[in-house]
Design a protein around this ligand. Structure first.
Ligand code: SAM
Ligand code: DTB
Ligand code: SF4
Length: 336
């Protein structure tokens, strides 16, 4: 055994980072560069301090307003700028949404996240979504919405209707953002997150890996998230789903171990967050998913569709949980 492996093997303690301490991009990049077993070991120490490592949260997504979006996010099948075959539709009716939410709850989901392909909802959109939130909350589920940029008062209205979480991803590092989207800037994203936080709604914010970014960019994204004060309660880490017709359709897939590393680094830097293994599970295979759980992921999107692309079906996920000796984090109310 070399001197170096002995040193690494003997490093049992994860660094302690009180809330106010900022993570530098350099420190985060250094985590990315750790040998894989060392990084996963450190992530597991942090994970087990705050969570039962056998429990996974199940969140179901529904696209309540699909396609025709005026933004040009290079990864997104719902942008009106790209010819992806996604048809634009109007906001769904309350009954349809409640039907889908009840079905998700019956299948074992505890959180229901409603997504809309808007740049920014108008006042009348917020009123309608508030009705959806009220209805889903009434079923006894946790509620989440992702509707684009919010204006003053919108987050408060959604909160009063029972919104638990608002999802708004920073997606990548500030210096890479302009390569991916040009119809808004990073500060717009941060402003919406501040409005959400200011209204007392819990923040769900994460990003996408596999868009051609460098390791430094991945470290930059995690630093932005981890240095939010407080950091997000939920951190979705998406692996790019390459959709034909989008500018990123031909992007080379990233090494799956780099994806696992990103999960581990998110866990270490945001110890109490729910780190969600988000888009890209269908393409990833079960062994890599299992590594993501070892790296500290403790939430998944559950149900055979994300917003418009596919996701493993519920039976496959339940089988995977069983094979790994893992189980849902909470039973939905009314289930034993
Ligand atoms: N329009 C809103 C917005 O942009 O915030 C909400 C919906 S948008 C589809 C939500 C998130 O989905 C994006 O921020 C991005 O992180 C993720 N996403 C979209 N397309 C994706 C893809 N092809 N692969 C992985 N993640 C994707
Ligand atoms: C998040 O971070 N990922 C989800 C959810 N939040 C809204 C969306 C993934 C979308 C994947 C491509 C699609 O189906 O549109
Ligand atoms: Fe529109 Fe959101 Fe897709 Fe960007 S990610 S094009 S804002 S739906």
């Amino acid at each position: 055994m070399t001197e170096q492996t002995i040193t690494l093997h003997r490093a049992p303690k994860a660094p302690v980072h009180p809330k106010a301490e900022r993570w530098s991009v350099d420190a985060i990049e250094a985590l990315f560069q750790l040998p894989f077993p060392e990084l996963l070991y450190r992530a597991q120490i942090v994970h087990r301090e705050h969570f039962d490592p056998t429990k996974i949260e199940f969140a179901t997504l529904l696209s309540v307003k699909t396609g025709g979006c005026p933004e040009n996010c290079g990864y997104c099948p719902q942008s009106a700028e790209f010819d992806t075959g996604v048809k634009a539709s109007k906001l769904m009716e309350l009954e349809e949404v409640l039907f889908a939410a009840q079905r998700a709850k019956d299948a074992g989901a505890t959180r229901f996240c409603m997504g809309a392909a808007w740049r920014a909802p108008k006042d009348r959109d917020i009123e309608k979504v508030a009705d959806l939130v009220r209805g889903v909350k009434g079923l006894g589920m946790e509620t989440c919405a992702t509707l684009g940029m919010l204006e003053d008062g919108h987050a408060e209205q959604l909160r009063d209707a029972g919104l638990d979480f608002y999802n708004h991803n920073l997606d990548t590092a500030p210096e890479f953002y302009g390569d991916i989207v040009s119809t808004r800037d990073y500060q717009d994203r941060l402003d919406t997150l501040a409005r959400v936080r200011g209204a007392g709604v819990k923040v769900c914010s994460g990003g996408i890996v596999g868009m051609g970014e460098t390791v430094r960019h991945r470290a930059g994204l995690i630093a932005e998230l981890a240095n939010l004060d407080p950091y997000p309660e939920s951190v979705p880490i998406n692996n790019l789903v390459r959709v034909e017709g989008t500018p990123l359709a031909d992007q080379a897939p990233i090494d799956p171990f780099e994806f696992v590393r990103t999960i581990a680094v998110a866990r270490i830097t945001m110890p109490k967050a729910r780190v969600r293994l988000s888009a890209g599970r269908q393409q990833m295979g079960e062994a890599i998913q299992a590594l993501c759980f070892l790296a500290g992921a403790n939430s998944i999107f559950y149900g055979d569709k994300l917003l418009v692309t596919g996701n493993p079906d519920t039976e496959a996920d339940m089988r995977l949980m069983q094979r790994l000796g893992m189980s849902p984090a909470q039973q939905p109310p009314g289930k034993t």
